[in-house]
Design a protein around this ligand. Sequence first.
Ligand code: FE2
Length: 300
Amino acid sequence: MNIFIDSSSSDDYRRGQLYQGAIFVYPACASAMKLCQLAKDIIGEAFGRVEPLQVQDVMPAERCAEILSVLKPKFIHHPKAKEYIRGLLAELGCDLEKTYFDVPRLRTAFPGDYLKSGIAYAFHPHRDTWYSAPFCQINWWMPVYPVNPENCMAIHPRYWSEPIRNGSRGYNYHKWNLESRQNAAQHIKIDTRIQPKPEEPVELEPQFRLICEPGATYQFSAAQLHSTVPNTSGLTRYSIDFRTVHLEDVWARTGAPNVDSACTGTTMGDYLKGTDFPHLPPDAIALYQDGTECVYTPGA
Ligand SMILES: [Fe+2]
């Protein structure tokens, strides 16, 4: 596996490498720092005098889930967030006319068993392609506050080319949106929502954990197996992630190889153009539709 640090390569070369399992890491740029600051402002406002990294020490998990259920959508839909992502894409060499992104998520990983379901879901090992992501999707991840090896994210490279028996055949993105997404904040201790998981033991080693500074980003293919590291650090982790696709790769139906994903539906309708945020052309989205989008659309 190749790991590129602050590479000056073109976006075309980068995507080609990402589709072969490479990781690209970049130091914080101005737009990324603005995105982090926006997250910090919203987090600070929501928790008031409580130190954001130590929420779990002073607040019941139920109260924290309530706060997160307001805080997270506020960040996701903040107009400045889209603006800063556009800046970040431009700073890192993406062609805004051809790069589409989805709205950024603000994630939290709390120590121990404090809160790891629903609104603060601790992700088991998975590929985003088990969740109806296209194989040309690229994931971007960045810490908001400093992270350490005990509260970051892990990538499990041996499964890049090795299939895992998994539950993706039962997952449909449109069905999920209709039935499960809205209920995230209700799942405080146990998450009963059905998600695609490995159905055989997974060897988590070798794994690597990229520890980068707040605002630094790394990119990896949606087909990489990755997971939330069990948080034993005593400190909450806050991170931002979002996903991109490139129009030419969408048209060409190119991307990472599919070793084991069998889900239906597509997230292709979610991505917004880097310039002024319209969705992908309907004909491009249609290439990835399988009819289930109609089955699970209210009133359709
Ligand atoms: Fe993921």
